[in-house]
Design a protein around this ligand. Structure first.
Ligand SMILES: Nc1ncnc2c1ncn2[C@@H]1O[C@H](COP(=O)(O)OP(=O)(O)OP(=O)(O)O)[C@@H](O)[C@H]1O
Ligand SMILES: [Mg+2]
Length: 375
């Protein structure tokens, strides 16, 4: 087990800087998820930690020791990839044992570790099968098992579930989270799937273009996104944004007017705003609900899932708006709906994208056992 710390980590590919000086502390035993759009540098960062990619600048500390110059095998890490690349001609047992035998570990010790990993990952019935006789989920469990038997200080995962179908992904998500609870090692997990990030992480690191946008607990990022990028990335469907002008501000928040002069309120610390400033009002789809006094929206599409419904519409100025309602709705395509925006759940972003502090905590945040959440 080990704490991982990145100090000013930089990666240059020739003249191109892919990672721009990352500072990050991952606590011993934490489940840390790197998330962000394609090309933001998730894999590059993970591969630098693994020792598969040279670090161009900065210090990488694992367990308090600077490891920049240690080879991958000397860092005490194990990595699980998207393509699990099992040896097809070997049984599951041999696949699990191979890395340890290569390290010339005594046979009885290898057998004990393989047995333990097989038990933990529920692979015991398959130990004598070849990989081609396994399902995708079982193969991925073998790939994880190859990491487990090495008893690494830190586990690294690079999109390990993206080759699996939706149902298996959900099941494997729970298995990896369960593995983390049982063995308690530090885990660093790369994904571009914000649902995976939200459901598995203790700590989410949102990356964009080789820089950190925000670090925090999942619910803290949901409740207090630092900027429009994080606000749009965390939460599904993504947050709605309405361009507004500040008309007044007071101790309780800010009064805004949309492009048609409709009045909207948001409970944010608006001291740094001035009347006339242009801002983006951020409203999550799940924070809209029908109300005769609500904001007018032309409904373009309705998805009824039975237990919940999605409305896709446009405001009078043409801005797309999504609403996530619980239960079923009588609203139909072509109808005009009125959707209420709760001022205590709304977000406000300055023209540069940065968020204003919300004055009321989100409901979950306020109710949570962990006390106040930073952000
Ligand atoms: N060997 C390389 N040479 C030059 N540029 C590279 C190299 N490897 C990666 N890059 C660049 O570095 C940036 C980050 O790539 P990286 O693979 O880390 O992204 P990612 O976040 O893992 O994306 P994805 O979600 O698509 O896997 C990209 O712009 C990529 O083009
Ligand atoms: Mg990648």
């Amino acid at each position: 087990m080990a704490r991982v710390e990145l100090r000013g980590i930089v990666k240059d590919y020739g003249a191109v800087r892919a990672i721009h000086g990352i500072d990050l502390e991952i606590e011993d035993g934490a489940f840390c998820v790197f998330v962000g759009p394609s090309g933001c540098g998730k894999s590059t960062l993970l591969r630098m930690i693994a020792g598969l990619e040279e670090i161009s600048g900065g210090d990488l500390m694992i367990g308090g020791e600077r490891v920049n110059d240690l080879r991958a095998a000397e860092r005490g890490l194990a990595m699980v990839f998207q393509t699990y690349a099992l040896y097809p001609h070997m049984s599951v047992r041999q696949n699990l044992a191979f890395g340890l035998e290569n390290m010339r570990m005594p046979k009885d010790q290898v057998a004990a570790r393989v047995a333990e990993a097989a038990r933990m990952l529920k692979l015991e019935p398959y130990l004598d099968r070849r990989p081609r006789a396994l399902s995708g989920g079982q193969r991925q469990r073998v790939a994880i098992g190859r990491a487990v038997v090495r008893e690494p200080r830190v586990f690294l995962f690079d999109e390990p579930l993206s080759n699996l179908d939706a149902e298996l992904r959900v099941a494997m998500r729970a298995e990896i989270a369960g593995l983390h609870r049982r063995i308690g090692n530090t885990m660093i997990y790369v994904t571009h799937d914000q649902v995976e990030a939200m459901t598995m992480a203790d700590q989410i690191v949102v990356l964009r273009d080789g820089r950190i946008e925000q670090v925090g607990a999942p619910i803290a990022l949901y409740n207090r996104p630092a900027n429009t990028f994080v606000a749009g990335f965390i939460g599904s469907p993504r947050m709605n944004f309405l361009t507004c002008t500040v008309t007044a501000r007071d101790a309780e928040g800010v009064t805004l007017a949309d492009v048609h002069g409709r009045v909207l309120r948001a409970m944010v610390d608006a001291r740094t705003l001035a009347e006339g400033d242009t801002v983006e009002l951020g409203v999550r789809p799940e924070h809209l609900h029908p109300d005769p006094d609500g904001y007018p929206v032309e409904i373009e599409n309705v998805e009824q899932l039975g237990g919940e419904s999605y409305l896709y519409g446009r405001t009078p100025d043409g801005t797309a708006l999504t609403a996530h309602l619980s239960g079923q709705t009588g609203l139909r395509r072509g109808a005009r709906a009125h959707l209420a925006i709760r001022p205590d759940l709304a977000h406000v972003f300055r023209a540069d994208g940065s968020a204003l502090p919300r004055l009321r905590l989100g409901e979950l945040e306020a109710a949570g056992p962990g006390g106040p959440v930073a952000g």
